[in-house]
Design a protein. Structure first.
Length: 561
């Protein structure tokens, strides 16, 4: 219980992100079958089977995550606020979560049977609408639109439209990706890609329009947009959305290029696998995979918004433009550190675990020597990442520089440095032993990150040097980097100083966006090798080293005061 209480914010946002993601996949899958797969005709029958199977898995995972979310929320409320079981059963989050869980279970149980016999658009829509309505209503009911007293009807409708647009675009994307290799007829694949492209364009228009309208109600002004945590998370989502639109625009162009091609002179379906027979379809699928990954990162950012009060309600402690400029103007990096004796006394492990006033603990460790130690750690990390980015760029541009291929070992050095110098309270410098330090959730999380950093560095080193021949090994580095960047969007700090906390989270959110872009750019490069991917692969090969360099420069300029 103490572990959950101490790190409840992170766990709650993570579970919320999972429910939003699986809800999008369920709703998106149902809409995909009704609006794209069924209209494609008899040639899409293999697609229907795959889609139904995917929706069933997503529905079961949604039921499980809803159950966990309700259980954790109930346990925390009963343990801290002292709510009774009767009060829990009447709470909005409990009713909404239970409703979504039951709807998901019913859908899971009947989908393969009843839905398998429905072959018309109208009938499948009638079958799907009750489940879509329950899931959408449950999600809206636990959003800011209902918790606020003003403009509930308008904001509730806008929230519902916003989430439905995400589901019909991002949630339906994996079903398009599994459909393309399932059909053998080129005309059928072209029809499905073109129809999905049109649906995505409508969803983008609804998504942006509803998002702007919600920002009017929840943010209210430009200063609130950059001066509050809620507003800056909206800016973070917008940055990722721009990248997503660029990928979507590329796929839109690919679909139009399909329309211009002579698919088959005789008009007869070609039985040759489409991935090898039609290059634009291959490009569409590979870019769509990156589009899906970045879309999931946006869902994580959206989940983070649920843990923040709307910016319009925060009229105090907003950051000003001058304060942001003051924090982020260029500085000389710090490569020396005070001695351990100059640091604040280590917080007893029992106090750090059981104390709920984390701002008091943070305040005690927010003195000048402690700040100097933290900045020193970030600046050295930035220097290492600059070396990694430079090595990756040289290895890509100048293959004759064989030594540059060893750049991934920089991540191993980064992990070792972070493990040894990241936290002066714990072993080897602090009084808390190695094993006992894992009782602190934040320390445990950072140690897990260190292991992941070293692991994917070693994997990528094996790929770069040819020691690992498996194609799957090449996916480890980009996927973990993208997931790590997405995880930074969930990272929070309790410093007892709202402005300082927001300034640090601005840095983390920016680093997260760059890491997400770098990870999925590298993923596209791996999935579309230079000789096969042409310009797309060459652009991706330049993007991710540039992102690593930018991350290095940002860490070199990191400040905490």
């Amino acid at each position: 219980m103490a572990w959950l209480l101490d790190d409840f914010a992170f766990l709650s946002v993570l579970l919320k992100a999972a429910t939003l993601a699986f809800e999008a996949f369920v709703i998106g899958g149902l809409l995909y079958i009704a609006l794209i797969a069924i209209p494609a005709g008899p040639a899409a029958q293999p697609v229907l089977s795959r889609c139904r199977s995917g929706i069933r898995r997503a529905a079961m995972m949604l039921a499980i995550t809803e159950l966990l979310f309700v259980a954790v929320d109930s346990a925390i409320l009963m343990g801290t606020v002292g709510l009774s079981v009767r009060e829990i059963l009447r709470a909005d989050y409990f009713l909404a979560g239970t409703g979504a869980m039951l709807a998901s279970l019913v859908l899971f149980l009947i989908l393969e049977g009843a839905a398998a016999r429905i072959a018309s658009i109208a009938k499948f829509l009638l079958f799907s609408l009750p489940f879509i309505a329950v899931l959408a209503a449950a999600s809206v009911w636990t959003s800011h639109s209902i918790s606020r007293l003003d403009d509930r009807l308008v904001t509730g409708l806008l929230t519902g439209l916003h989430q439905l647009a995400v589901s019909a675009w991002i949630g339906a994307m994996p079903f398009l990706l599994i459909s393309i290799p399932a059909v053998t007829g080129r005309e059928t694949a072209r029809f499905m890609a073109r129809r999905f492209s049109s649906l995505a364009m409508v969803c983008v228009a609804v998504l942006i329009s509803a998002g702007i309208a919600l920002s009017y109600f929840y943010v209210g002004s430009v200063p609130a947009l950059y001066g509050t945590a809620y507003g800056f998370m909206i800016l973070t989502k917008s940055a990722l959305l721009l990248v997503l639109l660029a990928l979507g625009g590329t796929n839109w162009w690919l679909v139009r290029s399909l329309d211009c091609q002579a698919w088959d002179r005789s008009g007869v379906a070609n039985s040759k696998p489409l991935e090898t027979s039609t290059q634009p379809l291959l490009f569409l699928r590979r870019i769509g995979e990156a589009e899906l990954g970045i879309g999931f990162s946006i869902i994580l950012a959206a989940a983070s918004l649920t843990s923040q009060p709307p910016a319009i309600d925060l009229v105090e402690d907003r950051l000003t433009g001058a304060e942001i400029v003051e924090r982020y103007h260029p500085i000389v990096p710090r490569f020396t550190t005070p001695s351990v004796d100059q640091l604040s006394p280590a917080t007893p492990l029992e106090e750090s675990i059981h104390s709920y006033d984390m701002s008091a603990v943070a305040k005690a460790h927010n003195q000048d020597p402690d700040i100097a130690w933290s900045e020193y750690s970030h600046h050295w990390a930035g220097l290492i990442l600059l070396g990694i980015g430079a090595g990756a760029w040289l290895a890509a541009r100048f293959p004759r520089f064989g030594w540059a291929r060893h750049w991934p070992l920089g991540f191993v050095a980064l992990a070792i440095f972070s493990f040894l110098r990241g936290d002066p309270e714990n072993w080897p410098f602090g009084p808390i032993s190695f094993w006992k330090s894992f009782y602190d959730p934040e320390v445990a999380l950072h140690r897990i990150y260190d292991v992941l950093i070293a692991s994917y560095g070693l994997f990528e080193w094996g790929v770069q040097t040819g020691r690992l021949k498996s194609r799957k090994a090449a996916y480890v580095f980009p996927v973990i980097m993208a997931l790590g960047g997405a995880g930074l969007l969930l990272h929070t700090h309790a410093l007892g100083n709202v402005k300082n906390e927001l300034l640090i989270e601005m840095t983390h959110n920016t680093l997260g966006v760059l890491a997400v872009i770098a990870g999925w750019a590298r993923f596209v490069e791996v999935r579309l090798p230079i000789g096969q991917g042409g310009r797309v692969s060459r652009i991706a090969a330049q993007v991710w080293p540039a992102c690593l360099l930018l991350i290095g420069f940002m860490l070199l300029n990191y400040r905490e005061a």
